[in-house]
Each structure stands twice: as structure tokens, then as C-alpha cells.
Design a protein around this ligand. Structure first.
Ligand code: ADP
Length: 615
């Protein structure tokens, strides 16, 4: 490259697309460009601070870490200067000429599909720099990278098809952006307008900002301040600026501790869940700082994975600055820190849920999968997280929810287990024959209706020392209760069970007289180690050849007229009794969602109807 001939480059196709979008579609919120550029300047200086801890060869090491903005109304320019890490030739090409982030592609996609509110999300997707072209028809980026031997360069573009890079001289370390404003962007060359924007969007930037020589922001690491000195607006602005969010926070936890670790932490729960909106798995949104110096914006291994929806800052003076991303996951210190934070966060949710159950319910509806994932994967916090789960039950109204703690508080004297039933929705579960016996005894049954619930319940196993038991399974001990109606004698019942066992053969594990039934003649129970209908469905979805001979425990209701009649018929008309027995089993399997092949069932049904009509 020579100092006289500028090197010409063409923008990558996606960048052109992006620029076109940014310039022509997002202009309603033009003013955010300044926030984006200041944020880049601040990031560049954070990076420099970090490098300072480990590198020696830094150019102009004593330059103050400040952002300087100057306006020139006459020339219609706005200049933003930082003393951050700057960019080398390759970095200029890579960072400003190609799409470096996979996020940018999803941004383009989401804009095209028209779902998201792009103007607010622009920073979220890392397309910040290009927003300069919303207000400028030419942008020059003067840059000198931090290495002592880096060249001085200027990158210039009209934001349409390409850019040029040229050598220059007289630069200090860092970047200087000169925006040549468009006619309708001229307001951004006036001091009052720019001052207002900085105060609105960039007040918490961790470096001093000067406008035409005068300091205009308060440098605030909000998380280090006293709660009583912070207003709601400041919290919200921090959440949106520092955490790059576009929604409002729904909950927040601001706390400090001295022992066992020095911690200052400010974390938020959002009100929108991007994973639910189809944006893919989020990265950890809680940044790790040590004494205001950013260590990692998205540290892996600090917080349990299920907490990735939380946003904010954890600052611990006990964490060494030069801890590397690689060693972080193995660090006992980091684990300790993460464990303290996650416990506090869970407790925060517990308290908030108690204080305002309605609000929590709305929040839970959007974020429930994270808590469920936590129960399944975060061993250390499993029981605490289980308290945060919400569900409907046989004692809640449709649409209303409760938690395990509510359930336990309502348990009957002598009840030792927590009963639940998995199904696809409340109606389906309520009409299930499994529920009868529990209803009759006033025992509450939890209704799990989310596809992942069964897995979650399996991992949890128990709550508060009480076993979680599916009412679908055999082996549930129910109390004897006074039941109405005449029943078969114990002898006749035993011989009917015997008959059925022989008749149904391989299809049943056992046949017994049950205490469960009130309305139905028989019920099919899945053995405690058997697969539930949901699990079987999943297996079938994964493997089309999946065949699992369902074997159930059959319970009969000795008070039911059909059963009583069957006991007589088996001696008088064994052939009819045989047909009825098989039909009863099929009916029970059908009610349980376990009947795979109904061909026999239908033809048998026809035979039975013929007989009933005396054909
Ligand atoms: P983002 O800031 O979200 O990464 P941008 O499009 O705003 O996306 O910037 C792209 C990249 O350009 C940044 O990641 C950074 O590496 C580099 N960059 C932008 N501004 C500066 C600056 N002032 N100093 C150093 N590097 C910068």
C-alpha cells in the first residue's frame, strides 16, 4: 500500500444489504446512531484496559481513556474520538467491511420477516457502526491500533458500495470517526442536540465523555453505588444501555457482599424471551467485571446455563484481571462466585413470586422453560428451583396455577406423596379415569401439560422429601374408603381376576381388584418402571420402527355393574365373557392413550353389538 493511492474495497454483499436497510428502513430512530458509536468507543477502551493488564508494547500508554466529541455546525461534521485499541489494516477490513457476527445475519432475516422492531434491536445484533450512515453521506474512520508498531490509517466510505483505506499521519492511539452529515442530519452538528443525546443514552458509559471540551456524563458503575441513591429510571436506562436490551426489565437484584467473596452485582430478568421468539439459544448476558474492568461480556462457566436469560453485571475484586476464558471454567473462584449469584437470583424470584403472584405468573409463562431446564440440569439448585415451578392441578381453577409449596401445604393427613398426571391439556387430563380415585378421596393431583414436564419431574424425583408419583402408575397405595353400592364378594372377585389374567395373557402384568375406581369398570395402570404414553409417543417420533408391547396392570372395579355381570357370564357364557374381557382391556388402553392398533377392537365391537341386538 502506498501513501498516495488509496486502496479500494467493495463491501461484502450482506453489508450492502444491511446498509441499504439501515439507511432506508430504520430512519425513524436515527438518533440511536450516537449511542452505538459511543458504545463502540467505550468497548474499544475496555479492551485496551484489559490488554494493559497483560501486554507491554502499548503505544502511548499514558493517553487518558476518554471519549471526545466535537461538533462543527459550519462544516456539518460530528467527530468522535477514543483512545481505545484502534484497528489495524486487517481489522478495518474485517470489522467494517464484512459481517463478523452471525447475529447480523439473524438481524437481516428478522427484519425481512418483519417480526422484530428493528430500530431498537440494531445494537443487539452488532450492526451498530453502520448506523452512522443513517445521518452521514460520508464517514472517515482514522485509526491507529494499540501495537507500538501499527500504521496510521484512514478508512473512508459513502456507505453505498465500498470503502477506501489510506495511510495517514499525526494520529494518536485509538479511533477517530468523522461523520460528514447529510442535509437532514445537520442537527447532529449542534452542541445542544448532541448533549441531550449523550445524557439520554450514554450516561453510564464507564469513561468520561467530553463534548467540545466539556465533560458531560457521570461516570457511573451503577452496580457499585448504593441502592438508595439510584432511581428507577436510572436502573432502567442501565438495563437498556449497559445490557443492550430493548425491553423493560421485569425483575432486578442489586446486591453486594464482602464474604466469602467481594461481590457487587446488578442483574435483571428481562420481560421478553428472545429464545421463544425464535432467535436461538441466548449467550450468557451477565458480564463479569473486576473493579469496573470488563473481564468477559459473556463468561462461560460463571452462571449455570439455564440462567442465560438474565442480564447485568457481576463485579468481583477477588477475580484476577488476567484470568483467561480457558481457565475460567476450571476456576474454583469463578464457581464459588457463580454459586453465590445463582442462589441469590433464585431467592429473588422466590420472594418476588410470593410478593406478587400475578406478575410472576405472567413472567413464568414466558420463561418457564429456563426454570425447567434448571431443575433438570442444575443439581446444586434443583430443589430451590423446583419451588419456582408453576402448574395447574385438580384443585386449581382452569388457568390458575400453584407451586409445589402450595401443594404440600394442602396435603391431607397421612398423605406421603405428591400426585401428578401428565397429559396434553387440562381437559384431557380431567376426563382421565386415573383421576377418579384421587378426586373421590379429595387428594390433589398436579396436571403437567408441557412436553418437557415429564422429563423434569423425573429429574426432580421428590419435593420437600415427598416423592412425586404419577397416578397413572400402579403401586400407588390408596386408603380404603367407604364406597357405595354392592360389590362382588372377595371370592367372586378373585376368580374373575384369575379368569381375566388367563384370558388376557401376555397383555397384562397383573389383574387385581382396585380401590381406585368409582365410575369406570376397569383401569389400565402403567407399571412404575413402564413408559408413559408421552414417552412412547416421543420414541415413536424418533424411531418409526419403535414397537413396545404395552403391558399394563389391570384394576377392576368390583362395584361396577358390568364387572359384576361379567363374573356371572364367565360361567354361563364363556365365549361372550371372553369378548367382553378383551373389549374392556382395549377400552382401558384407549382411555390411557396406549392403544396402538384398533383394528381388532373395531371388529370385536361390531360382534358385540350384533350379539346385543340379538342378531
Ligand atoms: P459491534 O460493536 O456490535 O461489534 P459494530 O458494527 O458497531 O458492531 O462494529 C464492528 C466492529 O468494529 C467492532 O466489533 C469492533 O471490533 C470494531 N470497532 C468499531 N468501532 C471501533 C472503535 N471505535 N475502535 C476500535 N474498534 C472498533
Amino acid at each position: 500500500m502506498s501513501a498516495t493511492t488509496p486502496e479500494k474495497h467493495v463491501f461484502q454483499a450482506e453489508i450492502q444489504q444491511l446498509l441499504d436497510l439501515v439507511v432506508h428502513s430504520l430512519y425513524t430512530d436515527k438518533e440511536i446512531f450516537l449511542r452505538e458509536l459511543i458504545s463502540n468507543a467505550s468497548d474499544a477502551m475496555e479492551k485496551l484496559r484489559h490488554i494493559e493488564a497483560t501486554e507491554k508494547n502499548i503505544h502511548q500508554p499514558t493517553l487518558p481513556l476518554e471519549i471526545h466529541i466535537t461538533t462543527d455546525e459550519e462544516a456539518k461534521t460530528l467527530t468522535i474520538t477514543d483512545h481505545g485499541i484502534g484497528m489495524s489494516h486487517d481489522e478495518l477490513v474485517k470489522n467494517l467491511g464484512t459481517i463478523a457476527h452471525s447475529g447480523t445475519k439473524s438481524f437481516l432475516k428478522s427484519v425481512k420477516e418483519g417480526g422484530a422492531t428493528p430500530a431498537n434491536m440494531i445494537g443487539q445484533f452488532g450492526v451498530g457502526f453502520y448506523s452512522a450512515f443513517m445521518v452521514s453521506d460520508k464517514v472517515s474512520v482514522y485509526s491507529r491500533a494499540w501495537h507500538a508498531d501499527s500504521p496510521e490509517l484512514v478508512w473512508t466510505s459513502d456507505g453505498i458500495s465500498g470503502y477506501e483505506i489510506e495511510e495517514t499521519s499525526g494520529l494518536e492511539r485509538g479511533s477517530k470517526l468523522v461523520l460528514h452529515l447529510k442535509e437532514d442530519g445537520a442537527e447532529y452538528a449542534t452542541e445542544t442536540r448532541v448533549k441531550h443525546l449523550v445524557e439520554t443514552y450514554s450516561n453510564f458509559v464507564g469513561f468520561p465523555i467530553f463534548l467540545n471540551g466539556t465533560r458531560i456524563n457521570e461516570v457511573e458503575a451503577l452496580w457499585l453505588k448504593n441502592k438508595s441513591e439510584i432511581t428507577e429510571e436510572q436502573y432502567k436506562a442501565f438495563y437498556q444501555f449497559a445490557c443492550k436490551s430493548w425491553d423493560d426489565p421485569s425483575y432486578r437484584l442489586h446486591f453486594s457482599a464482602d464474604a466469602p467473596l467481594a461481590i457487587n452485582s446488578l442483574v435483571f430478568a428481562p420481560s421478553e424471551n428472545p429464545e421463544r421468539m425464535g432467535f436461538g439459544k441466548a449467550e450468557c448476558g451477565v458480564a463479569l467485571y473486576s473493579r469496573k474492568v470488563l473481564i468477559d461480556a459473556s463468561p462461560k462457566g460463571l452462571l449455570p446455563d439455564w440462567m442465560r436469560f438474565m442480564k447485568g453485571v457481576v463485579d468481583s475484586a477477588d477475580i484476577p484481571l488476567n484470568i483467561s476464558r480457558e481457565t475460567m471454567q476450571d476456576s474454583a473462584l469463578i464457581r464459588k462466585l457463580g454459586s453465590v449469584i445463582s442462589k441469590r437470583v433464585i431467592r429473588m424470584f422466590e420472594k418476588e413470586a410470593e410478593a406478587d403472584p400475578e406478575k410472576y405468573r405472567g413472567f413464568y409463562r414466558k420463561f418457564d422453560r429456563f426454570f425447567k431446564e434448571g431443575v433438570a440440569t442444575d443439581h446444586a439448585n434443583r430443589e430451590a428451583l423446583a419451588k419456582l415451578l408453576r402448574f395447574e392441578s385438580s384443585l386449581t381453577d382452569a388457568g390458575a396455577v400453584c407451586g409445589f409449596a402450595d401443594y404440600v401445604s394442602r396435603m391431607k393427613d397421612g398423605q406421603e406423596s405428591i400426585y401428578y398426571l401428565v397429559g396434553s391439556n387440562r381437559d384431557q387430563i380431567e376426563s382421565s379415569p386415573y383421576l377418579e380415585a384421587f378426586k373421590a378421596r379429595g387428594l390433589e393431583v398436579i396436571f403437567f401439560t408441557d412436553a418437557v414436564d415429564e422429563y423434569v419431574v423425573d429429574s426432580l424425583g421428590a419435593f420437600d422429601g415427598k416423592k412425586l408419583v404419577s397416578v397413572r402408575h400402579g403401586g400407588v397405595e390408596l386408603e380404603e374408603q367407604a364406597t357405595e353400592g354392592e360389590a362382588l364378594s372377595p371370592e367372586l372377585t378373585a376368580s374373575l381376576c384369575e379368569f381375566l389374567k388367563v384370558e388376557l395373557g401376555e397383555r397384562v402384568v397383573s389383574v387385581s381388584s382396585g380401590k381406585r375406581l368409582v365410575e369406570n369398570p376397569v383401569i389400565a395402570l402403567v407399571p412404575a418402571d413402564g413408559m408413559s404414553p408421552q414417552m412412547r409417543q416421543m420414541m415413536k417420533a424418533i424411531d418409526e420402527n419403535f414397537k413396545d408391547q404395552v403391558k399394563v396392570e389391570l384394576e377392576i372395579n368390583p362395584r361396577h355393574p358390568l364387572v359384576r355381570k361379567l363374573a356371572e357370564t364367565k360361567d354361563g357364557n364363556p365365549e361372550l365373557a371372553r369378548l367382553v374381557s378383551r373389549q374392556l382391556l382395549d377400552n382401558a388402553l384407549m382411555a390411557a392413550g396406549l392403544l396402538d392398533d384398533a383394528r381388532d377392537t373395531v371388529s370385536r365391537m361390531n360382534t358385540l353389538m350384533e350379539k346385543a341386538m340379538g342378531a
